[in-house]
Ligand binder design. Structure first.
Ligand SMILES: O=C[C@H](O)COP(=O)(O)O
Length: 246
């Protein structure tokens, strides 16, 4: 466990400031067609926005991102990779400068109720992501029922993860929901961080996620959402209109 207090305690949703919200945003660019030049421009945008972190594909590392934490995804987006492949991918990301790794859970094992396999998969990746690096576990909550969400969160905690995270933003079942974040926070909140991600497109949605217990937000539409919090909702509608994932 290496999460900081700021990762474990949700902001007060009634007193959100733009800078408070920006600090918990993982500004995300995971489009498979993204170029290195686009990632470099995205990092500059992240610095200008004042977000806490950038979240990118592992093959984009290493990147120069002064002032930002660097997050790399792992086993993305399906989570069906062998654990040894996820572990190797995570180890390479850490060697390439990632501060945090967001891994996708083995969903088939979850739906089969094979909790030993779920936990072992997470523990394997944890072994390649030592503290103070953070490990977040993407449970793809839209695919799971409540009992499976609780079980996945418990497996993540038992395997030593720092965060649970709702969604990849790529699954056709959908992204984050207030109900899933609420359940995840009730299960592991205060001990693990809770990252809401996937299809969060407005400041109101971001606020609802924080009110439900999210301590981190994964957003590709950070610019539009933070502009809304600035009171300038007429800002970059282009980003608000961009679809999730591809
Ligand atoms: O991991 C984060 C997600 O991919 C972000 O999803 P989004 O593009 O729907 O904001």
């Amino acid at each position: 466990m290496s999460a900081h207090a700021r990762d474990l305690t949700p902001l007060d949703p009634t007193a959100l400031t733009r800078s408070d919200v920006a600090a918990i945003v993982d500004h995300t660019l995971l489009a498979p067609q993204a170029t290195a030049a686009q990632v470099a421009a995205f990092v500059v945008e992240a610095q200008q926005l004042g977000v806490g972190a950038v979240c990118v594909s592992p093959s984009m590392l290493p990147i120069a991102a002064p002032g930002l934490r660097v997050v790399a995804v792992c086993g993305f987006p399906a989570g069906t990779h062998h654990s040894e492949i996820k572990r190797a991918e995570a180890a390479r990301s850490v060697a390439d400068g990632a501060d945090e790794v967001d891994m996708v859970i083995n969903l088939g094992a979850v739906l089969a109720g094979d909790w030993a396999a779920v936990e072992a998969d997470i523990a394997d990746v944890r072994s390649a992501v030592p503290a103070p690096h953070l490990l977040k576990v993407i449970i793809e909550s839209a695919v799971l029922d409540d009992a499976q969400i609780v079980g996945a969160c418990r497996a993540a905690e038992a395997a030593g993860a720092d965060f649970v995270k709702t969604s990849t933003g790529f699954h056709p079942a959908g992204g984050a929901s207030v109900e899933a974040v609420t359940l995840m926070a009730a299960t592991v909140g205060g001990r693990l961080g809770v990252k809401a991600s996937g299809a969060i497109r407005t400041a109101a949605a971001a606020r609802s996620m924080i009110a439900a217990g999210a301590t981190r937000l994964g957003l590709s539409g950070s610019s539009a959402i933070l502009a809304e919090l600035d009171g300038s909702a007429g800002g970059p509608a282009r980003e608000a209109a961009e679809p999730a994932g591809y």
